[in-house]
Design a protein around this ligand. Sequence first.
Ligand code: ZN
Length: 231
Amino acid sequence: MPSAKPAGMPRRQFLFTAAAGAAALGLGLPGLARAGQFKLPPLPWPQKALEPYISARTISFHYGKHHASYVNNLNRLIQGTPFAKLKLEEIIKASYGNNDAAFNNAAQVWNHTFYWQSMKPGGGGQPSGELAAKIKAGFGSMQACLDQLLKAAAARFGSGWAWLVVKDGRLVVVSSSNALNPLVEGMRPLLTVDVWEHAYYLDYQNRRADYLKAWAQHLVNWEFAAKNLGM
Ligand code: ZN
């Protein structure tokens, strides 16, 4: 695996809102971590389950058109190339900096699958146990963690993502542009929120902050974050 020093893509596209170092494991996304033809994974809930905060119409386009296109593009791009033998996370790491088309589509397949799981009907609330303790250690309080996450998401210029990740054993918030995924920087994602306009425009138009507030209060899936922490 080349430890890709990206050529076509600026390496420092992450904006950190807290400090840290390096180390990580790929996350196992069931149904995705296999080589060959990738399939659009099923949503973890019915398309209207996140209403009224995210409409079935938004999900039908976001999942059924955008996410599906990334899967189709990826399959087309990797066909007959060495990438076809790799798992999704391996394609993300191997294409980073040397094959933007493969990278963008592979990362967007992964990011969206992770995003769907980062939400659930009846989400929001507070994390508990070890995750809550790590959040307190990393940010001082749960509110400070959420504030940083929403601030990073709101401040991301153009399209991208905001993430809660483990970096050097500490929880930090980062945002990334376009398709960029923290795995390529050795971070371990716990949660993500999509701030591409396609994630919220039909429901909120330009009001990204309202979408983010609804996401944090009603949708965020802390159990998924705890699971990714390995608990
Ligand atoms: Zn999206």
